[in-house]
Design a protein around this ligand. Structure first.
Ligand SMILES: Cc1ncc(COP(=O)(O)O)c(C=O)c1O
Length: 419
């Protein structure tokens, strides 16, 4: 459990902004998933894109998780962290020839293919390597996932996967190729899903396709049901994990395939926070701002998806009195509601908008909740800001799992214009 005292201690010890993850809680989430699917042979391939810190991956490896990767470097991360190659799958609409070659050489469980062209490329590369490539095809079931359009992936208008008719032809082709070995089928309709019916509707379509393929003597072993289970950022109703598993298992009746699931956000989202420090308060007439040391480069979700993270305010005993000379005092009425904004030169750089927060002082803290997924992994060096440090809480003890960047790290790959 991450208590207020612990957060204060960590902010002091490691500085801010700081990501903190509760690994003990992550373990509970993994076990929730395992329990829900225990009636079937199943494998959790954690979606690295949510948070790919190597220590986190090693921890998940120790809990028998596999990895869902969307770049060859995610595959390499997973392997480096000790996730066995036979538990690693690789998706993505734009794998290069080199990505495919490396993935085949690394001999991972399978590649999820997203187009006819990609399949033909994989066949050629496998032939050159003298291998038969284990593959799965990502089927786009054309179901509305009812989530933010940027993270909706299962509609015809989205770039992901192929439609059911094309998938069928691709399986028949692959089944007849010496260099392709179709062993799985995949769907993933979006992220932060809070309704079960689009998932079961999709599963229903995919299961029908599988029965058709089995009748054609295709030897499929895995159904990969993707990820996407939403978490409670605020008051949204989320999907109960047990009902989710039951819904999928009901659709799969009569099918003897192992289940692969690819949760990301569900495993780490709620188990992480971002600690940030108040730098200044200011009020422009009736508009009040609390300026903090975290910014959109550290957590882009509010700017990108209009995401609303819960914010906890912690007043810190700093012994610093902010004294404003009478001449500079502003007599506008104090606003109870403020925008929490970062130091980046963009009006879109905000952490939260219009939240009720007491008058703050420099050195106070805000805790940005549910920041474990798509937080650090989407961070950047925009405005030449340094990426945060990351800390894990394991068995109640803190452990640094990523050092804060410094200026030398920032410029390490840049070459001088003049010698
Ligand atoms: C193919 C695939 N699998 C799994 C995930 C993980 O989704 P989530 O973090 O919502 O569980 C994603 C995320 O978009 C994805 O694209």
């Amino acid at each position: 459990m991450i208590t207020k005292d612990l957060l204060l201690y960590l902010a002091n010890k490691y500085g801010t902004p700081l990501y903190v993850y509760d690994f003990d809680e992550i373990k509970n989430k993994v076990f929730d998933f395992k329990r829900a699917f225990k009636a079937r042979k199943s494998l959790i391939c954690y979606a690295l894109k949510a948070n790919s810190n190597l220590s986190l991956l090693s921890y998940l490896a120790s809990l028998d998780c596999g990895a869902d990767c969307v770049s060859i470097n995610e595959v390499k991360r997973a392997l480096k962290a000790g996730i066995p190659k036979y538990k690693i799958i690789y998706s993505g609409v734009g794998k290069s020839d080199l990505d495919i070659k490396e993935a085949l050489e690394l001999d991972i469980l399978f590649l999820n293919l997203e187009s006819v062209e990609e399949m033909l490329r994989v066949e050629t590369i496998a032939k050159d390597l003298g291998k038969s490539a284990r593959i799965s095809i990502r089927v786009n079931p054309n179901v509305d996932a009812k989530t933010h359009p940027y993270i909706s992936t299962g509609l015809r208008e989205n770039k992901f996967g192929v439609n059911i008719e094309s998938a069928k032809k691709m399986y028949i082709y692959a089944g007849n190729s010496k260099f392709l070995h179709p062993i799985g089928i995949h769907f993933h309709i979006g992220s932060q899903l809070v309704e079960l019916s689009p998932i079961t509707q999709s599963a229903n379509k995919i299961v029908e396709l599988i029965f058709g393929l089995l009748a054609l003597k295709l030897d499929l072993k895995f159904i990969d049901i993707g990820g996407g289970i939403g978490i409670k950022y605020n008051d949204e109703k989320t999907i109960d994990i047990y009902s989710y598993a039951q819904g999928i298992l009901k659709e799969m009746q009569g099918l003897d395939l192992s289940i692969i699931c690819e949760p990301g956000r569900y495993i780490v989202g709620d188990c992480g926070v971002l600690i940030s420090k108040i730098l200044y308060e200011k009020q422009n007439e009736n508009k009040r701002f609390c300026i903090v040391d975290a910014a959109m480069n550290d957590l882009i979700r509010p700017a990108l998806y209009n995401a609303k993270h819960k914010i906890e305010y912690i007043s810190v005993d700093t012994n610093q009195k902010s004294h404003i000379p009478d001449l500079l005092k502003d007599n506008t009425r104090f606003q109870e509601y403020a925008d929490i904004v970062g130091p980046i030169c963009e009006s879109g750089d905000y952490i939260a908008k219009h939240i009720k927060i007491p008058r703050t002082k420099a050195g106070d803290l805000i805790i940005i909740k549910s920041a474990g997924a798509y937080g650090f992994s989407m961070s950047s060096n925009y405005n030449s800001r340094l990426k945060c440090a990351e800390v894990a809480i394991i068995n109640g003890k803190d452990k640094l799992i990523r050092k804060r960047e410094n200026f030398e790290d920032l410029i390490a790959n840049e070459l001088p214009y003049l010698n």
